[in-house]
Each structure stands twice: as C-alpha cells, then as structure tokens.
Design a binder for this molecule. Structure first.
Ligand SMILES: [Zn+2]
Length: 566
C-alpha cells in the first residue's frame, strides 16, 4: 500500500472531527487543515509528517494525525489529499520570468525537419490565437527540411492568417517571414523601395513574397507588440502562471530589467502574483537599485535585492573563460563582459547598501577571478561601512570549480547557484571541451556538499524547461532524461534525494536570506507547498519525470490546482 492511511482511516478521522464538535475539548482555529498526505518537511527535527494546519498564511501545525485533532476540529476548510506527496514550496533559484512568459505565447519552429510540418505547426499555433493577435515565433530553417528547401512566403500562410499579422524570424534571426496582414499594417507594398542594408524579397512580377531580410525587418519592429509595456507585463503574468503550474512557489530572477521590475511591481499591487519573486537587476541598471536600496513588499511576494553580473560566456560556445585552453580548441574562452574596472565600484556600493551580488561565471578562470574581486572589495572597504556582515554573495552556474576554489567558496561563504539540467545537457559535449582531467571538478555537486556548502538549484528557464521534476531528476541521477550517461559524467557527483530536495527548497531560501521564514515546513514559516502525486524520495527517477503537480500553495493561497479541493 503506497498511501500512508487508507480511505477508511480518513473516514475515521472525520468521525473524530464530528465527535469533537460536540465536546468542550478546545479546538484550535485554522484556515485550512490538510490530511492524508506524506509530508516531507525538510525540517531536521521532524523530516516527515501526515497533517498540516495553516493559519494566516503560515504553518500552525505540522505533525501526525493523532496530534492534529485540536486543529482538525477548529479548521475552516479540510483538504483530503488522498495520499499525495507534499514538499516545501519549490524555488527555482535562477530564472528569467519575462522569458518564461514570452515562451508561452510564441511558437518555436526549431528542430522541425520538413516544410510541410513547419507550416502545419504555424497553422495550428495561429488557430489558438484570437483574431487580430500577432502570430509570433522563430526558428524555421529551410536548409534542414527534408521535403522541400525554399524560403517561406506569405502565400504559404495567408490563407489561415487573414486577420492575424505574422512575424516569424528565421533561425539566424537576420531574416523573417511576414504575411500580407503584417505588410499592410507596416504600410509596405510593391512600390516601397528596399532600405539600405536590407531587402523586401519580390517575385518575378515585382510582388512582395513576405520574406524580408536584414534592415527590412526594422519596418516591423515598431508595430510588433512584443516590446510594449502591456505585452511585457502580460509575459510576466503568464510566466508566473506557468511556473505555478509547474509547482514553483518562488523564482529568483537572475537579471530583471528595471522596466520589468516596475511592471512586476504593478502586478503585485494588482494582486496578480502567482508566486514569490526574488529579483536581481542587471549590473547595467544597478545604479537605480543602489540609489533606492533593497525593496521588499509587506507580504514578501516581491523582493528586490540582487545585482546580476556577467563575466564570461558559455561552455558549449567555447565562451567560458578557462585557466587552460579548451581540449578541442586553442582558445581560453573570453571574459570581460563586465570588466574589473566596472565591477569594483558596484561591489563597493553593494557592501554599503546591503545588496546581494550574483555573478555569472562558468569557466574556472572567470570563477577564480570573481572570487579574487569579491575578496578584494571586502578587504578594501572597512566593515563599519558595510550594511551587513551577512553577505551571501553568489556565483551563478559555477560549472568548473577546481578543488582549491571549492575550498575558497567555503572560506569566503560564497554560495554556488547551479543548474542540474544544464549539467545533463552540457555533459554531452563537456568531455571534448574540457578533457577527462577537468571533468573531475565539473558540475561538482556532491564534492561541494561534502565541504559543507549549500547549493541553490535553478533551471535558468527559458534556457531550460524550468521544471522542478527535471532539476530534481538531474540532481539525483546525473543522467540524460532517458537514463543513459557516458564515461566521464561522474555519477558519484549526483546528490542524495534529501539534498536534492534541500537544493530546491531550504537552500534557495538561504540564498535569498529567507531561511527563517520559508523553505521548509515548520510551524511559523510561510505556508508555501508543492504537492505532487509522486514520491520524490522513493519512486524511480524515471517516474519523477512523469509526476503530476496537484497543488501549489503560496502563503496559504492556492496558485495552481489540478483537481478541485473538497
Ligand atoms: Zn540565466
């Protein structure tokens, strides 16, 4: 029997409830009483529980059914979770919310290998849109089609997009398909001359085909909805809805523009937050944050405290800055996306204002330099000028960490913020980029935990799916989604299930200075929960990938539910 108590047991509980109603035994007030669940609390004192009471957005009781009786009789609502599995609210420790929302409303044509299937996909997508909406997406590439290799024309799509303007850049991003409606809205016809540096492609009669190149694409930029405030605001809202449906109760936004921050603040004011957002602004806009200082809404759903810095590129593109050349190339990668001269004054201000620094480093050279610069800024500014001694500065990605730098993370109390899903994708090419020797300290999760470090897990969505099941699976299996892995993947660097759970709950809370108020299921903490139909602690890893989200709860409010609650 998989479930902790049988249906019969639940009926017994309710009869107990009724009898309590008729006695004078004290009933404790709660808003919600949750029973018939396997609760993994991530609380060291009490790792599992069966029942939870929630009052005023916080946990008021966590424990056994037996001890829950006074809460059971005093609760306004009773939820029978019929054996579901309850976890502290999952946090995606590195995400880009606007991009997550944008992804839900534009079509990806990457990887489709025929012209016919590409057109079918566009037709299907546009059918889901209301009249007048733009058909947006990207990624088509005729070279990869097996049936017919030609550029798309407006005649391919006009039939099913008569009242929907369409703009679909090719995979390279320097040409695009537009339809007749888009040409009409842009005021372009056969008499419009080509702009310098661009071309409206024409057929043998001089008519526009709808394939537009380079600077000719600029004619549409002004009429595309994609950069208006309402469009971006809606992306933020849709991103939160998509996240809540995945089971996320918080995301850390690793670089939200000031404009997005303002729009998210509006959504918060209007009561449209489907989860908590902990925000870092890009260093280019850090001055605004430095002037105003950290910001946190009373309800804790909106918090602005970080500065996102970029140092190097990525491993796949050989842009990660390495100490020694790539194994498959003479180069060392590059760094300097932010220079030391740009960075140091910002670090100084971050110390003075109590702002958290979150720096993108992927290669070991970028990582070592960044640790040097962190330490240098701390040495330069006397601590009496610091807003707090509790810095918790972070390294985002931190994919290649030689042992000596792993120890420096400990010595400097710097937090690694890593993406399990990146590892199981990157490990397909990391052996050729790095060679076997450096793989001994690439994506070194368990070695970091062995040193006592806490790792924040994140997805980097929309770069990755942004799915806690995938992050959890990758962290415990260190294998492709089909279960396979190659030599050099170091399966011993995978983490235990309990630690994977901490990486998605308590440790990201720590990474946002919130571990005292959320991140585990304990009395007094915010009632954030992620409820699934699958036991992440015992079920087969492949089953975890199939798990269904049943319920997402943020501060006691339901932000997603699969089935209605009784
Ligand atoms: Zn990112």
């Amino acid at each position: 029997m998989k479930f902790p108590i049988t249906l019969l047991g639940w009926v017994a509980l309710f009869s107990a409830h009724n009898s309590y109603g008729n006695t004078d035994q004290a009933c404790l007030q709660a808003d919600v009483f949750i029973a018939n669940a396997t609760v993994y609390t991530v609380d060291e004192v009490q790792w599992t529980a069966e029942a939870i009471a929630i009052k005023d957005g916080k946990f008021a009781f966590v424990g056994s059914h037996k001890d829950a009786q006074p809460w059971l009789c005093g609760a306004q609502q009773h939820w029978d979770l019929t054996g579901a599995f309850v976890y502290p609210g999952f946090t995606d420790g590195h995400q880009h919310l606007e991009g997550v929302g944008r992804r839900t409303r534009s079509l990806s044509l990457f990887g489709i290998n025929t012209l016919a299937a590409t057109l079918a996909s566009i037709e299907q997508w546009s059918a889901t849109l209301p009249e007048g909406d733009w058909v947006l997406g990207r990624g088509w590439i005729e070279r990869e089609w097996r049936d017919e290799q030609r550029f798309l024309s407006r005649h391919d799509v006009d039939d099913f997009t008569a009242n929907k303007p369409l703009y679909l850049p090719r995979a390279d991003g320097v040409s695009a398909l537009v339809n007749s409606k888009a040409l009409e809205l842009a005021g372009i016809d056969r008499h419009t001359p080509d702009p310098s540096g661009g071309r409206f492609e024409r057929d043998e009669n001089g008519d526009l085909t709808g394939y537009v190149l380079a600077r000719a694409m600029d004619s549409f930029r002004d009429i595309l909805p994609s950069e208006t405030d309402p469009y971006i605001k809606e992306n933020l809202r849709l991103g939160m809805a998509a996240n809540a449906a995945m089971g996320w109760t918080q995301t850390h936004d690793a670089g939200m523009t000031w404009r997005e921050v303002s729009l998210l603040r509006e959504l918060h004011r209007e009561g449209h937050m489907a989860h908590r957002v902990y925000i870092a602004v890009p260093i280019a806009e850090a001055q605004l944050l430095i002037e105003q200082g950290p910001e946190r809404s009373d309800d804790g759903l909106f918090e602005l405290r970080g500065i996102k810095v970029f140092i190097d590129g990525t491993l796949g593109s050989r842009g990660a800055a390495l100490l020694e050349p790539y194994a498959d190339d003479d180069s060392l990668g590059f760094m300097g996306r932010t220079t030391q001269a740009e960075l140091m004054p910002v670090l100084d201000q971050a110390l003075r204002k109590g702002l958290q620094v979150m720096t993108h480093v992927i290669g070991d050279r970028a990582l070592r330099k960044t640790l040097d610069w962190y330490a240098q800024s701390w040495a330069q500014l006397p601590q009496k000028h610091w807003a707090s001694q509790d810095l918790r500065w972070r390294l985002e990605h931190a994919q290649i960490i030689p042992p000596q730098d792993q120890q420096r993370l400990v010595a400097l109390s710097v937090i690694p913020s890593m993406q399990p899903s990146h590892a199981i994708g990157d490990l397909n090419f990391a052996p050729s980029r790095l060679g076997q020797r450096r793989l001994r300290y690439a994506y070194p999760w368990q070695p970091l935990l062995d040193r006592g470090l806490r790792i924040i897990a994140g997805s980097d969505a929309p770069v990755e799916a942004g799915d806690p099941r995938v992050e959890f699976y990758a962290a415990i299996s260190r294998a492709r989604l089909d279960g396979s892995r190659d030599s050099g993947w170091h399966p011993e660097f995978a983490v235990s299930r309990a630690d994977a759970l901490r990486m998605l709950t308590l440790w990201p809370a720590y990474g946002a200075f919130q571990e005292a108020e959320r991140g585990s299921i304990a009395v007094g903490k915010a009632a954030d929960l992620s409820v699934f139909d699958t036991d992440f602690m015992t079920d087969k890893p492949s089953n975890i990938l199939q798990a269904q989200v049943l319920l997402t709860l943020v501060a006691g409010n339901v932000t997603y539910q699969k089935n209605s609650l009784e």
